[in-house]
Every structure is written in structure tokens, then in C-alpha cells.
Design a protein around this ligand. Structure first.
Ligand code: HEC
Ligand code: HEC
Length: 291
């Protein structure tokens, strides 16, 4: 099975100014108003907007293979690398069952394994640097509940050196308040869901043009489906489109005429995004500069 694709040709850190734009932070580490537990939050994120399984769960012809949730082994073939997604089930030998919570969080937000090695593309580490402490812990809480699967995956091969780090230490990242709809939408479309990574073209190899072309689309993804090109999701393309129309594209993976949209967007996961969160995402997209 081969799901070759996407994202970066070489590791690209998101410039901190851009990340700051995603993190319009009000209040430090404000707890959420809801009484959601870490595991409830983690389950929601993992089965919807965050969708690590879109890259880490092996797929057969009929979608994700039953009993193999997050067992790794998907292949990403791009100029400069052949990456294989890791087994991130709690299996102690072939997965990440022996890693501490802090080590797992460092792997997601810093791209750093416990042995000090760097995790390479296409994992969107630059975006994940902005995941809040609470959400990172929630993802770990979920990962602890996944069935351990013994599955040795091949090693990724990169023709370029991976950076020693994707930026300065992440430190502590507060929650973005959900009642600030646009700011929270920016958080969902950026650090949580990396919509903006796939939907922004490269300025030069490995460097997405977040500054001038945020959301303008035009990034190519190669795989068994051929080549797909991400859509413009700025107001240039979406201004005249209704919320219901945009929501349907994101959550059903079909066009208005019923034709299927191409991979690798995580449509089956996005079907589980709440109405409130979809509204926040679309509210944010409507504030992007038109391209
Ligand atoms: C776009 C695809 C993609 C997404 C999305 C993604 N990953 Fe990864 N991940 C990879 C690939 C590919 C590797 C292997 C990279 C390498 O070999 O350096 C990897 C490596 C890892 C590792 C290192 C494991 C090890 O044993 O070395 C961890 C942990 C991890 N991912 C967790 C996650 C989590 C948690 C999420 C969601 C928050 C996630 N990943 C989202 C593609 C992805
Ligand atoms: C892994 C890459 C990837 C991610 C992540 C991703 N997209 Fe996409 N998206 C694409 C591609 C590629 C297409 C074009 C598919 C096609 O033309 O068949 C697309 C199409 C779309 C469309 C349809 C546009 C239209 O004109 O009908 C919308 C809307 C959209 N994406 C929004 C989002 C949002 C919101 C998110 C985050 C929740 C997201 N995307 C995450 C790759 C991605």
C-alpha cells in the first residue's frame, strides 16, 4: 500500500511571526469553559480536526485497516525523500509505549524523539509547535488508550540533513479561547488541523509562502490517485460561497455536483468536526486576505 504525498519537500519551520498570527492569545492558559476531560478532548481532536490517523493509520482499498489504528507504515514519496509513518500505538517495542508523556509531546511539537533524533517531513511539526499544552496532553491521553499493535515499519530516507531543531524550545502554549471565534478558527486551521500548510504553496523548495499566499492553494500532492492540487480557500474563491457549501466540501469530500474530491485531505475525519468548530474555521477563512 502506498499513500505517497505531500507537504514539505524539505523540513520547513513556520516563521514565528506567522505562528504568532495563528495564536492570537488572550489570557494565559485559561482553562476551557466546558468540563471536558483530557481524554474526551483528545478523542474528539484525533477523530476530527487533528486526524493524525490520516497519515499514521494504514489504509487498504476500503479505507483504514480495521485493528490497525495508528500502527504506521504509510509511504510518502516526494523529491528528496521517501518517508514512512511511524507506529504510534502503545506497543513498547515497535510503537511509542515506553515514551513518557513529555517525550511524546516533544515528538509532536518539537519533532524530537527521546534519542535526540529529528522527525522529518511530511509531519507538519512547524504547525504543531502551536498546539496548546492542554491539547497536546489530550492527544497523549488518547494515544494511551489505543490498542498496542506490533508493527515494524521501514526507516524513512531523506537525501538532505534534517535540522537539529525546528525552532527554539516551544515552552508553554496557552489555550486559544473558544469564544473568540476567528482566533479559535485560526488555531483549528493552523496548529490543530494544518489546513493552512496544505493550502499554501511553496515560495521556494521547503518554504511555504505563508506571508504572501496564505490559503491561496496551488500546492501539489502526488500519490496513487495521480496529482491533486490544493484549492484556494481565501475569500477570492470562497466569498460568494455559502457556509453550507463550504462545510459540505470539507466534511463529505464531494463537490457540489457529487463528484469525489481527491486525497489527501482527511475528509472522513473532518466529518466529525462539530458545527461550532466548522463555523469558527470558516469565519477565520473569511478573514484571510484575498489572493
Ligand atoms: C502528513 C503526515 C503526518 C501527520 C499529519 C502526522 N504525522 Fe507523525 N509522522 C509522519 C511521518 C512520515 C513520520 C516518520 C518521520 C521520520 O521517519 O522521520 C512521523 C513520525 C511520528 C512520530 C515519531 C515516532 C517514532 O517512533 O519515531 C510520532 C510520535 C508521531 N509521528 C506522532 C504524530 C501525532 C501524534 C500526530 C498528530 C498530532 C502526527 N504524528 C501527525 C507523518 C505524519
Ligand atoms: C493533506 C493536505 C490537506 C489538508 C490537511 C487540508 N486540505 Fe483542503 N484540500 C486539499 C486538496 C488537495 C484539495 C483539492 C481536492 C480536489 O480538488 O479534489 C482540497 C480542497 C479543499 C476545499 C474545496 C475547495 C472548493 O473550492 O470547493 C476546501 C473548502 C478545503 N480544502 C478546506 C480545508 C480545510 C478547512 C482544512 C482543514 C480542516 C483542509 N482543507 C485541510 C488538501 C488538504
Amino acid at each position: 500500500m502506498k499513500i505517497s504525498t505531500f507537504l514539505t519537500a524539505v523540513p520547513s519551520a513556520v516563521p514565528s511571526a506567522v505562528l504568532a498570527a495563528f495564536l492570537v492569545v488572550v489570557g494565559l492558559g485559561a482553562p476551557h469553559a466546558s468540563a471536558e476531560t483530557l481524554l474526551e478532548r483528545g478523542t474528539y481532536l484525533m477523530e476530527s480536526i487533528v486526524a493524525c490517523g490520516n497519515c499514521h493509520t494504514p489504509q487498504g482499498p476500503n479505507g483504514p485497516i480495521a485493528g490497525k489504528n495508528l500502527a504506521g507504515g504509510l509511504l510518502f514519496e516526494e523529491p528528496g525523500f521517501v518517508a514512512v509513518s511511524s507506529n504510534i500505538t502503545p506497543d513498547r517495542e515497535t510503537g511509542i509505549g515506553s515514551w513518557s508523556d513529555a517525550q511524546i509531546i516533544a515528538s509532536i511539537r518539537e519533532g524530537k524523539r527521546p534519542d535526540g533524533s529529528t522527525i522529518g517531513p511530511p509531519m507538519p511539526i512547524g504547525m504543531y509547535r502551536g498546539l496548546s499544552d492542554w491539547d497536546a496532553q489530550a492527544i497523549v491521553a488518547y494515544l494511551r488508550t489505543v490498542k498496542p499493535v506490533r508493527n515494524v515499519v521501514a526507516k524513512s530516507k531523506y537525501e538532505f540533513p534534517l535540522p537539529p531543531a525546528y525552532g527554539p524550545p516551544v515552552g508553554s502554549v496557552p489555550n486559544v479561547p473558544r469564544d473568540d471565534r476567528v482566533a479559535y478558527g485560526a488555531y483549528l486551521a493552523g496548529p490543530a488541523g494544518h489546513c493552512m500548510e496544505c493550502h499554501t504553496p511553496f515560495a521556494k523548495p521547503g518554504m511555504r509562502d505563508f506571508e504572501n499566499k496564505l490559503g491561496a492553494g496551488g500546492a501539489e500532492f502526488h500519490g496513487p490517485w495521480g496529482t491533486s492540487v490544493s484549492a484556494d480557500i481565501t475569500p477570492t474563491a470562497l466569498a460568494d460561497r455559502s457556509y453550507a457549501d463550504i462545510k459540505a466540501r470539507i466534511t463529505t469530500g464531494t463537490r457540489a455536483d457529487g463528484a469525489r474530491m481527491a486525497p489527501p485531505m482527511a475528509y472522513p475525519f473532518y466529518a466529525n468536526i462539530t458545527e461550532e468548530d466548522l463555523q469558527a474555521i470558516v469565519a477565520y477563512l473569511r478573514t484571510l486576505p484575498a489572493k
